[in-house]
Design a protein around this ligand. Structure first.
Ligand code: ADP
Length: 587
Protein backbone atom coordinates (compact mmCIF):
# COMPACT_ATOMS: atom_id res chain seq x y z
CA UNK A 1 0.00 0.00 0.00
CA UNK A 2 1.54 3.26 -0.85
CA UNK A 3 0.32 6.11 1.21
CA UNK A 4 2.94 8.47 -0.03
CA UNK A 5 0.22 11.12 -0.15
CA UNK A 6 0.84 13.54 2.63
CA UNK A 7 -2.21 13.44 4.86
CA UNK A 8 -1.78 17.08 5.81
CA UNK A 9 -2.26 18.14 2.22
CA UNK A 10 -5.91 17.08 2.28
CA UNK A 11 -7.60 19.99 3.91
CA UNK A 12 -11.24 18.89 3.84
CA UNK A 13 -11.57 16.93 7.07
CA UNK A 14 -14.63 15.01 8.16
CA UNK A 15 -15.62 14.47 11.76
CA UNK A 16 -16.24 11.15 13.50
CA UNK A 17 -19.87 10.75 14.46
CA UNK A 18 -19.84 7.25 15.97
CA UNK A 19 -17.53 4.29 16.56
CA UNK A 20 -18.75 0.70 16.66
CA UNK A 21 -15.87 -1.78 16.63
CA UNK A 22 -14.29 -1.69 13.19
CA UNK A 23 -17.07 0.51 11.80
CA UNK A 24 -16.86 4.28 12.10
CA UNK A 25 -19.25 6.88 10.72
CA UNK A 26 -18.20 10.40 9.85
CA UNK A 27 -19.98 13.56 8.76
CA UNK A 28 -18.85 16.24 6.32
CA UNK A 29 -16.36 13.98 4.59
CA UNK A 30 -15.99 14.55 0.88
CA UNK A 31 -15.40 10.95 -0.26
CA UNK A 32 -16.30 8.29 -2.81
CA UNK A 33 -17.03 4.64 -2.22
CA UNK A 34 -13.87 2.63 -1.45
CA UNK A 35 -11.71 5.68 -0.82
CA UNK A 36 -8.99 5.09 1.71
CA UNK A 37 -9.26 7.45 4.69
CA UNK A 38 -7.30 8.12 7.87
CA UNK A 39 -9.42 7.99 10.96
CA UNK A 40 -8.99 9.84 14.25
CA UNK A 41 -6.03 11.62 15.79
CA UNK A 42 -3.88 8.55 15.29
CA UNK A 43 -4.67 8.36 11.56
CA UNK A 44 -5.89 4.75 11.48
CA UNK A 45 -6.33 3.41 8.01
CA UNK A 46 -9.87 2.73 6.83
CA UNK A 47 -12.00 2.41 3.72
CA UNK A 48 -15.31 4.04 2.80
CA UNK A 49 -17.98 1.36 2.49
CA UNK A 50 -21.22 3.34 2.50
CA UNK A 51 -22.27 6.92 1.79
CA UNK A 52 -25.68 8.22 2.72
CA UNK A 53 -26.19 11.95 2.36
CA UNK A 54 -23.72 13.63 4.63
CA UNK A 55 -22.95 10.44 6.53
CA UNK A 56 -20.02 8.28 5.47
CA UNK A 57 -19.45 4.77 6.85
CA UNK A 58 -15.89 3.52 7.10
CA UNK A 59 -14.41 0.15 7.94
CA UNK A 60 -11.19 0.61 9.85
CA UNK A 61 -8.27 -1.76 9.39
CA UNK A 62 -6.97 -1.26 12.88
CA UNK A 63 -8.19 -1.60 16.43
CA UNK A 64 -10.49 1.38 17.17
CA UNK A 65 -10.57 1.39 20.96
CA UNK A 66 -10.01 4.91 22.29
CA UNK A 67 -11.06 6.55 19.03
CA UNK A 68 -13.85 9.05 19.85
CA UNK A 69 -16.56 11.06 18.14
CA UNK A 70 -15.36 14.52 17.23
CA UNK A 71 -11.91 13.36 16.05
CA UNK A 72 -11.02 14.14 12.41
CA UNK A 73 -11.19 11.91 9.34
CA UNK A 74 -9.04 12.63 6.32
CA UNK A 75 -9.60 11.33 2.83
CA UNK A 76 -6.74 10.28 0.57
CA UNK A 77 -9.06 10.28 -2.44
CA UNK A 78 -7.54 6.95 -3.54
CA UNK A 79 -9.13 3.50 -3.54
CA UNK A 80 -7.63 0.68 -1.48
CA UNK A 81 -4.76 -0.43 -3.67
CA UNK A 82 -1.77 -2.69 -3.64
CA UNK A 83 1.68 -1.71 -4.68
CA UNK A 84 2.88 -4.15 -7.31
CA UNK A 85 6.54 -4.52 -8.13
CA UNK A 86 9.67 -6.53 -7.44
CA UNK A 87 10.14 -7.51 -3.82
CA UNK A 88 6.74 -9.10 -3.24
CA UNK A 89 8.16 -12.58 -3.47
CA UNK A 90 9.77 -13.55 -0.20
CA UNK A 91 7.53 -11.03 1.60
CA UNK A 92 5.12 -11.43 4.46
CA UNK A 93 2.29 -8.91 4.55
CA UNK A 94 -0.70 -8.11 6.66
CA UNK A 95 -4.18 -7.79 5.11
CA UNK A 96 -3.50 -4.33 3.67
CA UNK A 97 -0.05 -5.17 2.33
CA UNK A 98 2.03 -3.73 5.14
CA UNK A 99 5.21 -5.83 5.35
CA UNK A 100 5.27 -7.57 8.70
CA UNK A 101 9.05 -7.60 9.01
CA UNK A 102 9.45 -3.91 8.23
CA UNK A 103 6.75 -3.09 10.75
CA UNK A 104 8.31 -5.44 13.25
CA UNK A 105 11.60 -3.59 12.91
CA UNK A 106 9.84 -0.30 13.40
CA UNK A 107 7.79 -1.42 16.35
CA UNK A 108 10.11 -4.00 17.83
CA UNK A 109 7.21 -6.41 18.21
CA UNK A 110 5.42 -8.94 16.08
CA UNK A 111 2.17 -7.04 16.46
CA UNK A 112 1.44 -3.98 14.47
CA UNK A 113 0.95 -0.79 16.33
CA UNK A 114 -1.81 1.49 15.23
CA UNK A 115 -1.39 4.19 12.67
CA UNK A 116 1.87 2.76 11.40
CA UNK A 117 2.28 2.82 7.70
CA UNK A 118 4.79 1.11 5.48
CA UNK A 119 4.90 0.78 1.71
CA UNK A 120 4.17 -2.68 0.29
CA UNK A 121 7.46 -2.77 -1.53
CA UNK A 122 10.84 -1.35 -0.68
CA UNK A 123 11.10 2.08 -2.29
CA UNK A 124 14.81 2.46 -1.66
CA UNK A 125 16.16 -0.85 -2.86
CA UNK A 126 17.89 -0.75 -6.24
CA UNK A 127 17.10 -3.47 -8.74
CA UNK A 128 19.07 -4.38 -11.84
CA UNK A 129 16.75 -3.53 -14.73
CA UNK A 130 17.42 -5.39 -17.96
CA UNK A 131 15.49 -3.92 -20.91
CA UNK A 132 13.75 -6.28 -23.32
CA UNK A 133 12.71 -3.60 -25.83
CA UNK A 134 14.62 -0.94 -27.71
CA UNK A 135 13.93 2.66 -28.54
CA UNK A 136 11.53 2.74 -31.46
CA UNK A 137 9.72 -0.48 -30.52
CA UNK A 138 6.01 -0.21 -29.97
CA UNK A 139 4.56 -1.48 -26.72
CA UNK A 140 0.98 -1.96 -25.63
CA UNK A 141 -0.60 -2.34 -22.21
CA UNK A 142 0.59 -5.55 -20.58
CA UNK A 143 3.77 -5.79 -22.69
CA UNK A 144 7.05 -6.11 -20.84
CA UNK A 145 9.69 -3.45 -21.34
CA UNK A 146 12.27 -5.20 -19.22
CA UNK A 147 12.99 -7.75 -16.60
CA UNK A 148 14.36 -7.79 -13.05
CA UNK A 149 15.73 -10.78 -11.22
CA UNK A 150 13.37 -10.55 -8.28
CA UNK A 151 14.62 -13.68 -6.54
CA UNK A 152 16.85 -16.58 -7.53
CA UNK A 153 13.75 -18.27 -8.90
CA UNK A 154 11.59 -15.50 -10.32
CA UNK A 155 12.20 -13.14 -13.20
CA UNK A 156 9.93 -10.19 -12.67
CA UNK A 157 8.63 -8.63 -15.85
CA UNK A 158 8.27 -4.88 -15.81
CA UNK A 159 5.04 -4.33 -17.72
CA UNK A 160 3.22 -1.41 -19.28
CA UNK A 161 0.33 -0.91 -16.79
CA UNK A 162 -3.04 -2.09 -18.14
CA UNK A 163 -4.56 1.38 -17.86
CA UNK A 164 -1.82 2.99 -19.99
CA UNK A 165 -2.24 3.85 -23.63
CA UNK A 166 1.10 2.45 -24.77
CA UNK A 167 3.06 3.68 -27.79
CA UNK A 168 6.56 3.90 -29.19
CA UNK A 169 9.44 3.56 -26.75
CA UNK A 170 11.24 6.91 -26.77
CA UNK A 171 13.78 6.09 -24.10
CA UNK A 172 14.80 2.98 -22.22
CA UNK A 173 17.24 2.58 -19.35
CA UNK A 174 19.62 -0.18 -18.37
CA UNK A 175 21.11 -0.57 -14.92
CA UNK A 176 20.22 -0.17 -11.28
CA UNK A 177 17.10 1.70 -10.29
CA UNK A 178 14.63 2.00 -7.47
CA UNK A 179 11.03 1.05 -8.22
CA UNK A 180 10.05 4.73 -8.33
CA UNK A 181 12.58 5.75 -10.96
CA UNK A 182 11.48 5.89 -14.58
CA UNK A 183 12.97 3.11 -16.71
CA UNK A 184 11.11 3.76 -19.96
CA UNK A 185 9.27 6.60 -21.66
CA UNK A 186 6.65 6.24 -24.37
CA UNK A 187 5.56 8.49 -27.22
CA UNK A 188 2.25 8.86 -25.42
CA UNK A 189 4.14 10.79 -22.75
CA UNK A 190 3.68 7.94 -20.32
CA UNK A 191 6.52 6.96 -18.03
CA UNK A 192 7.09 3.44 -16.79
CA UNK A 193 8.45 2.60 -13.38
CA UNK A 194 9.13 -0.83 -11.94
CA UNK A 195 6.04 -0.66 -9.76
CA UNK A 196 2.40 0.05 -10.36
CA UNK A 197 -0.63 0.40 -8.14
CA UNK A 198 -3.90 -1.41 -8.58
CA UNK A 199 -7.17 -1.13 -6.64
CA UNK A 200 -7.70 -4.43 -4.88
CA UNK A 201 -11.43 -4.70 -5.42
CA UNK A 202 -11.11 -4.50 -9.17
CA UNK A 203 -9.91 -7.50 -11.19
CA UNK A 204 -6.92 -6.65 -13.38
CA UNK A 205 -7.98 -6.78 -17.01
CA UNK A 206 -7.36 -9.94 -19.01
CA UNK A 207 -8.64 -11.50 -22.19
CA UNK A 208 -10.92 -14.50 -22.41
CA UNK A 209 -10.77 -17.41 -20.04
CA UNK A 210 -9.70 -20.65 -21.65
CA UNK A 211 -10.64 -24.20 -20.72
CA UNK A 212 -7.85 -25.43 -18.45
CA UNK A 213 -6.24 -28.60 -19.76
CA UNK A 214 -3.19 -28.95 -17.52
CA UNK A 215 -3.35 -30.20 -13.95
CA UNK A 216 -1.84 -28.37 -11.03
CA UNK A 217 0.33 -31.31 -10.05
CA UNK A 218 0.18 -31.46 -6.26
CA UNK A 219 2.39 -34.44 -5.48
CA UNK A 220 -0.43 -35.75 -3.29
CA UNK A 221 -1.79 -39.09 -4.49
CA UNK A 222 -5.42 -38.68 -3.54
CA UNK A 223 -5.55 -35.29 -5.21
CA UNK A 224 -3.59 -36.02 -8.37
CA UNK A 225 -4.91 -39.54 -8.63
CA UNK A 226 -8.60 -39.17 -7.88
CA UNK A 227 -9.61 -35.51 -7.65
CA UNK A 228 -7.26 -33.40 -9.77
CA UNK A 229 -7.28 -29.62 -9.86
CA UNK A 230 -6.57 -27.78 -13.08
CA UNK A 231 -4.06 -24.96 -13.42
CA UNK A 232 -6.55 -22.10 -13.45
CA UNK A 233 -9.13 -24.10 -11.55
CA UNK A 234 -10.94 -23.62 -8.27
CA UNK A 235 -11.05 -25.95 -5.29
CA UNK A 236 -12.43 -25.93 -1.79
CA UNK A 237 -11.19 -27.85 1.23
CA UNK A 238 -13.93 -27.99 3.82
CA UNK A 239 -13.30 -29.79 7.04
CA UNK A 240 -13.90 -29.60 10.75
CA UNK A 241 -11.23 -28.49 13.18
CA UNK A 242 -8.25 -30.83 13.25
CA UNK A 243 -9.10 -32.63 10.02
CA UNK A 244 -6.06 -31.35 8.17
CA UNK A 245 -7.07 -28.21 6.25
CA UNK A 246 -3.95 -26.34 7.13
CA UNK A 247 -1.61 -29.24 6.45
CA UNK A 248 -3.32 -29.82 3.09
CA UNK A 249 -3.03 -26.14 2.12
CA UNK A 250 0.59 -26.07 3.16
CA UNK A 251 1.34 -29.24 1.22
CA UNK A 252 -0.09 -27.55 -1.88
CA UNK A 253 1.94 -24.42 -1.26
CA UNK A 254 5.12 -26.46 -0.87
CA UNK A 255 4.74 -29.09 -3.52
CA UNK A 256 2.38 -28.00 -6.27
CA UNK A 257 4.01 -27.16 -9.57
CA UNK A 258 2.82 -23.54 -9.63
CA UNK A 259 5.41 -20.90 -10.55
CA UNK A 260 4.17 -18.54 -7.86
CA UNK A 261 2.37 -19.17 -4.58
CA UNK A 262 0.30 -16.59 -2.75
CA UNK A 263 -0.64 -17.95 0.66
CA UNK A 264 -3.29 -16.09 2.63
CA UNK A 265 -3.56 -17.00 6.28
CA UNK A 266 -6.91 -15.47 7.01
CA UNK A 267 -8.23 -15.29 10.54
CA UNK A 268 -6.74 -18.52 11.78
CA UNK A 269 -5.16 -18.66 15.17
CA UNK A 270 -1.93 -16.71 15.48
CA UNK A 271 0.20 -19.71 16.37
CA UNK A 272 -0.76 -21.59 13.19
CA UNK A 273 0.28 -18.65 11.06
CA UNK A 274 3.46 -18.28 13.08
CA UNK A 275 4.24 -21.87 12.15
CA UNK A 276 3.84 -21.02 8.48
CA UNK A 277 5.90 -17.87 8.83
CA UNK A 278 8.68 -19.71 10.61
CA UNK A 279 8.51 -22.87 8.49
CA UNK A 280 8.30 -21.52 4.98
CA UNK A 281 11.49 -19.46 4.95
CA UNK A 282 13.41 -22.61 5.95
CA UNK A 283 12.00 -24.85 3.25
CA UNK A 284 13.67 -25.63 -0.04
CA UNK A 285 11.65 -25.49 -3.24
CA UNK A 286 11.47 -29.03 -4.62
CA UNK A 287 11.42 -27.72 -8.18
CA UNK A 288 14.58 -25.65 -7.98
CA UNK A 289 16.32 -26.36 -4.68
CA UNK A 290 16.13 -22.61 -3.97
CA UNK A 291 14.27 -21.38 -0.90
CA UNK A 292 10.55 -21.90 -1.24
CA UNK A 293 9.95 -18.28 -0.25
CA UNK A 294 11.69 -17.18 -3.45
CA UNK A 295 8.43 -17.92 -5.23
CA UNK A 296 6.03 -17.29 -2.36
CA UNK A 297 4.22 -14.30 -0.94
CA UNK A 298 2.56 -14.75 2.46
CA UNK A 299 -0.33 -12.68 3.67
CA UNK A 300 -0.99 -13.12 7.35
CA UNK A 301 -4.08 -11.93 9.05
CA UNK A 302 -4.53 -13.86 12.22
CA UNK A 303 -7.57 -13.98 14.47
CA UNK A 304 -6.08 -11.40 16.83
CA UNK A 305 -5.69 -8.82 14.06
CA UNK A 306 -8.55 -6.43 13.28
CA UNK A 307 -11.52 -7.88 11.50
CA UNK A 308 -11.70 -5.39 8.61
CA UNK A 309 -8.15 -6.18 7.54
CA UNK A 310 -9.24 -9.78 7.37
CA UNK A 311 -11.98 -8.80 4.98
CA UNK A 312 -9.45 -7.10 2.71
CA UNK A 313 -6.66 -9.70 2.83
CA UNK A 314 -8.40 -11.91 0.28
CA UNK A 315 -8.52 -9.04 -2.22
CA UNK A 316 -4.93 -8.02 -1.56
CA UNK A 317 -3.88 -11.62 -2.22
CA UNK A 318 -5.80 -12.15 -5.41
CA UNK A 319 -4.61 -8.83 -6.86
CA UNK A 320 -1.00 -9.83 -6.24
CA UNK A 321 -1.80 -13.18 -7.89
CA UNK A 322 -3.24 -11.41 -10.95
CA UNK A 323 -0.16 -9.28 -11.32
CA UNK A 324 2.09 -12.36 -11.58
CA UNK A 325 -0.45 -14.03 -13.85
CA UNK A 326 -0.05 -11.00 -16.12
CA UNK A 327 3.65 -11.88 -16.42
CA UNK A 328 2.58 -15.25 -17.83
CA UNK A 329 3.07 -17.27 -14.66
CA UNK A 330 0.93 -20.07 -13.25
CA UNK A 331 -0.04 -18.80 -9.85
CA UNK A 332 -1.58 -20.83 -7.04
CA UNK A 333 -3.44 -18.96 -4.34
CA UNK A 334 -4.37 -20.63 -1.07
CA UNK A 335 -6.79 -19.00 1.35
CA UNK A 336 -6.99 -20.45 4.84
CA UNK A 337 -9.76 -19.98 5.69
CA UNK A 338 -12.59 -18.44 3.68
CA UNK A 339 -14.93 -19.09 6.62
CA UNK A 340 -13.01 -16.63 8.75
CA UNK A 341 -13.23 -14.18 5.86
CA UNK A 342 -17.00 -14.65 5.65
CA UNK A 343 -17.23 -14.16 9.41
CA UNK A 344 -15.41 -10.85 9.03
CA UNK A 345 -18.00 -9.81 6.42
CA UNK A 346 -20.74 -10.91 8.82
CA UNK A 347 -19.34 -8.87 11.65
CA UNK A 348 -19.02 -5.74 9.57
CA UNK A 349 -22.44 -6.25 8.07
CA UNK A 350 -24.04 -6.57 11.48
CA UNK A 351 -22.31 -3.39 12.66
CA UNK A 352 -23.83 -1.70 9.62
CA UNK A 353 -27.19 -3.06 10.73
CA UNK A 354 -27.74 -4.57 7.30
CA UNK A 355 -30.58 -7.03 6.87
CA UNK A 356 -28.99 -10.39 7.69
CA UNK A 357 -29.30 -13.39 5.40
CA UNK A 358 -28.87 -17.05 6.34
CA UNK A 359 -27.22 -17.57 9.76
CA UNK A 360 -26.54 -13.84 10.05
CA UNK A 361 -24.22 -13.72 7.02
CA UNK A 362 -24.85 -10.76 4.73
CA UNK A 363 -27.20 -11.35 1.81
CA UNK A 364 -24.26 -10.71 -0.55
CA UNK A 365 -22.20 -13.62 0.85
CA UNK A 366 -22.75 -15.74 -2.26
CA UNK A 367 -21.92 -12.82 -4.54
CA UNK A 368 -18.70 -12.01 -2.66
CA UNK A 369 -17.56 -15.62 -2.74
CA UNK A 370 -18.24 -15.98 -6.42
CA UNK A 371 -16.53 -12.67 -7.24
CA UNK A 372 -13.45 -13.97 -5.48
CA UNK A 373 -13.36 -17.39 -7.17
CA UNK A 374 -14.27 -15.75 -10.47
CA UNK A 375 -10.81 -14.17 -10.47
CA UNK A 376 -9.31 -17.65 -10.88
CA UNK A 377 -8.86 -19.08 -14.35
CA UNK A 378 -6.57 -19.77 -17.22
CA UNK A 379 -6.49 -16.48 -19.07
CA UNK A 380 -5.46 -15.07 -22.36
CA UNK A 381 -3.52 -12.02 -21.31
CA UNK A 382 -3.90 -8.54 -22.72
CA UNK A 383 -0.39 -8.87 -24.15
CA UNK A 384 -1.40 -12.02 -26.02
CA UNK A 385 0.29 -14.47 -23.65
CA UNK A 386 -1.24 -16.92 -21.21
CA UNK A 387 -1.25 -17.12 -17.45
CA UNK A 388 -3.30 -18.81 -14.79
CA UNK A 389 -4.51 -18.47 -11.23
CA UNK A 390 -5.63 -21.56 -9.36
CA UNK A 391 -7.56 -20.79 -6.19
CA UNK A 392 -7.84 -23.18 -3.28
CA UNK A 393 -10.00 -22.05 -0.38
CA UNK A 394 -10.21 -23.83 2.95
CA UNK A 395 -13.61 -23.75 4.57
CA UNK A 396 -14.03 -24.39 8.29
CA UNK A 397 -17.71 -25.12 8.91
CA UNK A 398 -18.63 -24.93 12.59
CA UNK A 399 -18.97 -28.47 13.92
CA UNK A 400 -18.02 -29.84 10.52
CA UNK A 401 -21.56 -29.32 9.26
CA UNK A 402 -21.33 -28.96 5.47
CA UNK A 403 -24.91 -27.68 5.21
CA UNK A 404 -23.96 -24.25 6.58
CA UNK A 405 -24.03 -21.24 4.20
CA UNK A 406 -20.30 -20.74 3.51
CA UNK A 407 -19.74 -24.39 2.55
CA UNK A 408 -22.93 -24.54 0.50
CA UNK A 409 -22.27 -21.33 -1.39
CA UNK A 410 -18.68 -22.36 -2.04
CA UNK A 411 -19.82 -25.73 -3.34
CA UNK A 412 -21.91 -24.06 -6.00
CA UNK A 413 -18.88 -22.24 -7.33
CA UNK A 414 -15.81 -24.45 -7.13
CA UNK A 415 -15.16 -27.37 -9.43
CA UNK A 416 -12.94 -29.43 -7.18
CA UNK A 417 -14.13 -30.42 -3.77
CA UNK A 418 -11.73 -32.05 -1.33
CA UNK A 419 -13.98 -32.99 1.58
CA UNK A 420 -12.01 -33.60 4.76
CA UNK A 421 -13.49 -36.08 7.12
CA UNK A 422 -13.28 -36.03 10.93
CA UNK A 423 -13.67 -39.82 11.18
CA UNK A 424 -10.78 -40.46 8.84
CA UNK A 425 -8.64 -37.93 10.71
CA UNK A 426 -9.52 -39.61 13.98
CA UNK A 427 -8.42 -42.96 12.53
CA UNK A 428 -5.20 -41.19 11.45
CA UNK A 429 -6.02 -41.74 7.79
CA UNK A 430 -4.28 -38.71 6.23
CA UNK A 431 -4.90 -36.78 4.05
CA UNK A 432 -8.42 -37.24 5.42
CA UNK A 433 -9.98 -36.51 2.02
CA UNK A 434 -13.18 -38.52 1.88
CA UNK A 435 -13.17 -40.41 -1.44
CA UNK A 436 -16.93 -40.86 -1.47
CA UNK A 437 -17.83 -37.21 -0.97
CA UNK A 438 -15.06 -35.47 -2.88
CA UNK A 439 -15.12 -34.75 -6.58
CA UNK A 440 -13.34 -33.01 -9.42
CA UNK A 441 -15.19 -31.71 -12.45
CA UNK A 442 -11.84 -31.28 -14.25
CA UNK A 443 -11.15 -35.01 -14.51
CA UNK A 444 -12.22 -35.47 -18.11
CA UNK A 445 -10.50 -32.39 -19.46
CA UNK A 446 -7.25 -33.27 -17.68
CA UNK A 447 -7.09 -36.95 -18.64
CA UNK A 448 -5.37 -36.31 -21.97
CA UNK A 449 -2.56 -34.53 -20.10
CA UNK A 450 -1.98 -37.39 -17.65
CA UNK A 451 -2.23 -39.87 -20.49
CA UNK A 452 0.36 -38.19 -22.63
CA UNK A 453 2.67 -37.16 -19.78
CA UNK A 454 2.46 -40.08 -17.38
CA UNK A 455 0.75 -43.22 -18.66
CA UNK A 456 -1.72 -43.84 -21.45
CA UNK A 457 -4.02 -45.89 -19.22
CA UNK A 458 -4.05 -43.31 -16.40
CA UNK A 459 -7.83 -42.75 -16.58
CA UNK A 460 -8.58 -46.46 -16.90
CA UNK A 461 -6.51 -47.39 -13.84
CA UNK A 462 -8.08 -44.58 -11.84
CA UNK A 463 -11.54 -45.81 -12.82
CA UNK A 464 -10.59 -49.30 -11.69
CA UNK A 465 -9.60 -47.92 -8.26
CA UNK A 466 -12.81 -45.89 -8.00
CA UNK A 467 -14.88 -48.97 -8.80
CA UNK A 468 -13.12 -51.05 -6.15
CA UNK A 469 -13.65 -48.33 -3.54
CA UNK A 470 -17.32 -48.05 -4.50
CA UNK A 471 -17.77 -51.77 -4.18
CA UNK A 472 -16.07 -51.74 -0.79
CA UNK A 473 -18.42 -49.00 0.31
CA UNK A 474 -21.42 -51.16 -0.56
CA UNK A 475 -19.96 -54.30 0.99
CA UNK A 476 -19.15 -52.41 4.15
CA UNK A 477 -22.83 -52.29 5.03
CA UNK A 478 -23.13 -56.07 4.82
CA UNK A 479 -19.90 -56.55 6.74
CA UNK A 480 -21.22 -54.42 9.56
CA UNK A 481 -24.26 -56.67 9.81
CA UNK A 482 -22.81 -60.12 9.38
CA UNK A 483 -19.03 -59.80 9.56
CA UNK A 484 -16.41 -60.08 6.82
CA UNK A 485 -16.10 -63.85 6.96
CA UNK A 486 -19.72 -64.25 5.87
CA UNK A 487 -18.92 -62.68 2.49
CA UNK A 488 -18.22 -64.84 -0.55
CA UNK A 489 -14.49 -65.25 -1.18
CA UNK A 490 -14.31 -62.96 -4.21
CA UNK A 491 -15.90 -60.15 -2.21
CA UNK A 492 -13.52 -60.76 0.66
CA UNK A 493 -10.71 -60.36 -1.81
CA UNK A 494 -12.19 -57.12 -3.15
CA UNK A 495 -12.25 -55.81 0.42
CA UNK A 496 -8.58 -56.71 0.75
CA UNK A 497 -7.67 -54.91 -2.48
CA UNK A 498 -9.69 -51.86 -1.38
CA UNK A 499 -7.83 -51.85 1.91
CA UNK A 500 -4.52 -51.61 0.04
CA UNK A 501 -5.87 -48.80 -2.14
CA UNK A 502 -6.82 -46.88 0.99
CA UNK A 503 -3.86 -47.68 3.18
CA UNK A 504 -1.03 -47.97 0.72
CA UNK A 505 -2.13 -45.46 -1.88
CA UNK A 506 -4.64 -42.90 -0.58
CA UNK A 507 -2.89 -42.44 2.73
CA UNK A 508 0.13 -40.21 2.50
CA UNK A 509 2.18 -38.91 5.37
CA UNK A 510 2.92 -35.21 5.02
CA UNK A 511 5.42 -35.47 7.85
CA UNK A 512 7.57 -38.18 6.22
CA UNK A 513 10.59 -36.98 4.22
CA UNK A 514 9.92 -39.18 1.22
CA UNK A 515 6.20 -39.77 1.38
CA UNK A 516 5.38 -36.06 1.68
CA UNK A 517 5.72 -35.67 -2.10
CA UNK A 518 4.75 -38.25 -4.69
CA UNK A 519 5.53 -37.56 -8.32
CA UNK A 520 2.81 -38.55 -10.81
CA UNK A 521 4.85 -41.51 -12.12
CA UNK A 522 5.14 -42.88 -8.62
CA UNK A 523 1.42 -42.32 -7.97
CA UNK A 524 0.70 -44.31 -11.10
CA UNK A 525 3.18 -47.10 -10.40
CA UNK A 526 1.97 -47.55 -6.83
CA UNK A 527 -1.61 -48.00 -7.95
CA UNK A 528 -0.36 -50.29 -10.70
CA UNK A 529 1.31 -52.53 -8.12
CA UNK A 530 -1.93 -52.83 -6.17
CA UNK A 531 -3.67 -53.69 -9.42
CA UNK A 532 -1.05 -56.35 -10.06
CA UNK A 533 -1.90 -57.83 -6.68
CA UNK A 534 -5.60 -57.65 -7.61
CA UNK A 535 -5.15 -59.33 -10.98
CA UNK A 536 -2.83 -62.07 -9.74
CA UNK A 537 -4.94 -62.68 -6.65
CA UNK A 538 -8.14 -63.13 -8.63
CA UNK A 539 -6.36 -65.53 -10.99
CA UNK A 540 -5.29 -67.56 -7.97
CA UNK A 541 -8.80 -67.47 -6.52
CA UNK A 542 -10.22 -68.74 -9.78
CA UNK A 543 -7.66 -71.53 -9.76
CA UNK A 544 -9.12 -72.61 -6.42
CA UNK A 545 -6.68 -71.09 -3.91
CA UNK A 546 -8.46 -70.17 -0.63
CA UNK A 547 -8.64 -66.43 0.03
CA UNK A 548 -6.73 -66.70 3.36
CA UNK A 549 -3.72 -68.13 1.55
CA UNK A 550 -3.85 -65.35 -1.03
CA UNK A 551 -3.97 -62.67 1.64
CA UNK A 552 -1.04 -64.26 3.44
CA UNK A 553 1.58 -64.02 0.69
CA UNK A 554 4.45 -62.09 2.17
CA UNK A 555 4.95 -59.68 -0.74
CA UNK A 556 1.50 -58.14 -0.24
CA UNK A 557 2.07 -56.18 2.99
CA UNK A 558 5.12 -54.62 1.35
CA UNK A 559 2.65 -52.61 -0.73
CA UNK A 560 2.23 -50.48 2.38
CA UNK A 561 5.85 -49.41 2.23
CA UNK A 562 5.81 -48.10 -1.34
CA UNK A 563 4.99 -44.52 -0.30
CA UNK A 564 8.01 -44.19 1.93
CA UNK A 565 10.40 -46.00 -0.42
CA UNK A 566 13.04 -43.70 -1.81
CA UNK A 567 14.15 -45.97 -4.67
CA UNK A 568 10.53 -46.57 -5.49
CA UNK A 569 11.05 -47.75 -9.05
CA UNK A 570 13.15 -50.75 -8.04
CA UNK A 571 11.08 -51.35 -4.93
CA UNK A 572 7.84 -51.54 -6.94
CA UNK A 573 9.41 -53.75 -9.65
CA UNK A 574 10.49 -56.14 -6.95
CA UNK A 575 7.09 -56.27 -5.25
CA UNK A 576 5.34 -56.87 -8.55
CA UNK A 577 7.71 -59.73 -9.39
CA UNK A 578 7.37 -61.26 -5.95
CA UNK A 579 3.57 -60.97 -6.01
CA UNK A 580 3.50 -62.75 -9.34
CA UNK A 581 5.88 -65.50 -8.19
CA UNK A 582 4.30 -66.04 -4.81
CA UNK A 583 0.70 -66.00 -5.96
CA UNK A 584 1.36 -68.23 -8.95
CA UNK A 585 3.20 -70.67 -6.70
CA UNK A 586 -0.05 -71.28 -4.82
CA UNK A 587 -1.61 -73.19 -7.70
P1 ADP B 1 -7.12 -28.10 10.63
O1 ADP B 1 -6.40 -26.99 9.92
O2 ADP B 1 -8.22 -28.70 9.80
O3 ADP B 1 -7.60 -27.73 12.01
P2 ADP B 1 -4.53 -29.35 10.67
O4 ADP B 1 -4.18 -29.12 9.23
O5 ADP B 1 -3.90 -28.44 11.65
O6 ADP B 1 -6.11 -29.31 10.86
O7 ADP B 1 -4.19 -30.88 10.97
C1 ADP B 1 -4.28 -31.42 12.28
C2 ADP B 1 -3.24 -32.49 12.48
O8 ADP B 1 -3.52 -33.62 11.66
C3 ADP B 1 -1.83 -32.09 12.10
O9 ADP B 1 -1.17 -31.46 13.16
C4 ADP B 1 -1.17 -33.43 11.74
O10 ADP B 1 -0.71 -34.07 12.89
C5 ADP B 1 -2.30 -34.23 11.20
N1 ADP B 1 -2.30 -34.27 9.73
C6 ADP B 1 -3.13 -33.62 8.88
N2 ADP B 1 -2.86 -33.91 7.60
C7 ADP B 1 -1.82 -34.76 7.61
C8 ADP B 1 -1.07 -35.45 6.59
N3 ADP B 1 -1.33 -35.28 5.27
N4 ADP B 1 -0.08 -36.25 6.99
C9 ADP B 1 0.19 -36.43 8.29
N5 ADP B 1 -0.45 -35.82 9.29
C10 ADP B 1 -1.46 -35.00 8.98
Amino acid sequence: MSQAEDIESVDEDGVIESVSGPVVTATDLDARMNDVVYVGDEGLMGEVIEIEGNLTTIQVYEETSGVSPGEPVQNTGEPLSVDLGPGMMDSIYDGVQRPLDVLEDKMGTAFLDRGVDAPGIDLEKKWEFEPTVEEGDTVEPGDAVGVVEETVTIDHKVMVPPDYEGGEVTSIEHGEFTVEETVAELSSGEEIQMHQEWPVREARPAGDKETPTEPLVTGQRVQDGLFPLAKGGTAAIPGPFGSGKTVTQQQLAKWSDADIVVYIGCGERGNEMTEVIEDFPELPDPQTGNPLMARTCLIANTSNMPVAARESCIYTGITIAEYYRDMGYDVALMADSTSRWAEAMREISSRLEEMPGEEGYPAYLAASLSEFYERAGKFQLINGGEGSISVVGAVSPPGGDFSEPVTQNTLRIVKTFWALDADLAERRHFPSINWNESYSLYKDQLDPWWESNVADDWAAVRQWAVDVLDEEDELQEIVQLVGKDALPEDQQLTMEVARYIREAWLQQNALHDVDTYCEPEKTYRMLGAIKTFNDEAFEALEAGVPVEEIQDVDAAPRLNRMGTAEEWGEFIDEIENDLEDQLRALY
